[in-house]
Design a protein around this ligand. Sequence first.
Ligand SMILES: Cc1cc2nc3c(=O)[nH]c(=O)nc-3n(C[C@H](O)[C@H](O)[C@H](O)COP(=O)(O)OP(=O)(O)OC[C@H]3O[C@@H](n4cnc5c(N)ncnc54)[C@H](O)[C@@H]3O)c2cc1C
Length: 431
Amino acid sequence: MSATWTNWAGTVTASPEVLRPRTPEALAETVRDAAARGRRVKPVGSSHSFTAVAQPADLQLSLEHLTGIVSADRETGRVRVLAGTPLRLLNQALDLLGLAMPNLGDIDAQTISGALSTGTHGTGATLPGLSAGIAGLRLVTPDGSSRWIDASDPELFGAARLGLGALGVITELELACLPAYRLRAVERPDSLDTVLPRIQELFDAHRHFEMYWFPGTRRVQTKANDLVDDSVDEPLAPWRRRLDDEFLSNTVFGAANRLLTGVPRAVLPFNEIAARVLTERTYTGPSHEVFCTPRTVRFLESEYAVPREAVADVLTDLAAWVERRREPVSFPVEVRVAAPDDIWLSTGYERANAYIAVHQYHRADHREYFAAFEDIAAAHAGRPHWGKMHRLGADELAGLYPRMTDFRAVRDRLDPDRVLANDYLTRVLGA
Ligand SMILES: Cc1cc2nc3c(=O)[nH]c(=O)nc-3n(C[C@H](O)[C@H](O)[C@H](O)COP(=O)(O)OP(=O)(O)OC[C@H]3O[C@@H](n4cnc5c(N)ncnc54)[C@H](O)[C@@H]3O)c2cc1C
């Protein structure tokens, strides 16, 4: 049978039967019925995970009809949202309500429950990953029961806020939002040799700080986002946004990557040029517009969280490896930071991290580069993003997550028959 499902990167495929319940009650019945028939069910969001975490082994459960805001309290910032809501819609709806997510990653194509289930994060030394903003959630387990989980049950709350889809199907979430805020973004070219010695200071100096390093060069582009007063309005001219974000970052970059696939030795010199094209720019906008940019060039990605003090060592070792090998890596390396949290399977569990993400064009060979990166991250107790490519298995991951045994016990309790399992979950959590 030909594949009917594939993830965004095109690296994982499947041929599931798709179920599209229209209400949370119908979803619970669908799950219970499937479990009773011995079928496997996989809730799937926007399929933006690079790993096979969302690969449906049998039945694909789509939450495309379970979207939208259920209730919002502008005083407390508490917002209840249906689990299939895409972030793009959520951000727009929150904006209309005068609210916003405390932080976001760099795209808004994911569903809210898909993003939270793999530990999606943005950047900001005082800001943990997005799952830390969950005040409560409704979980449907394979027996068809539906329970509300919040801080009053620390065990389930510790596990279910980042559950990899292994504990049940989330149908609704309560999010702790902030009053809508505006950010000023300052993007500027710099050098790795200037930024690395100051990176801890830069992490702490801004609400959000991130850096892109162009492999094979010493060039970086930094992006610092800070709060500005509502009255400040310095939008990016539409032509500049189209030129930088659409034309240069996507159209030209995509065309260059297609051409360079056949000429690997031209890739690193090209990075010199690509880095030079990016110039300084400052603009302000509503937070979600400043965080998220379109990504139309397909790539593969691996990302590890390492203790934030280790970030300079990891980048130095990675730069030395690329230089030694002259490895044709055509995508920049992204560097971010996040605060610790108390979520059992969060990369930020009780640890302030720097996040280092390596990318490679989807048609180029990523294997040696990613393997070398993983070796470097492993030397610093790196924890891989659950939705991005990595080779770790259950035993290694248990050594990185102090509450892994507890998470597995919750899984045994909620899904003893592994109705929600797929090969990836078996690999990372055990059978
Ligand atoms: C271009 C691109 C940019 C990205 N940028 C970032 C970034 O800036 N920061 C970052 O941290 N990550 C980033 N990611 C990774 C992405 O945020 C995660 O992989 C995320 O999980 C994808 O969300 P999704 O809706 O596509 O979920 P899917 O990939 O479809 O599913 C992910 C997991 O969620 C589970 N799931 C989905 N819905 C439910 C539900 N209702 N109940 C229970 N479980 C459910 C699935 O079973 C699966 O285990 C990026 C990915 C891409 C492709």
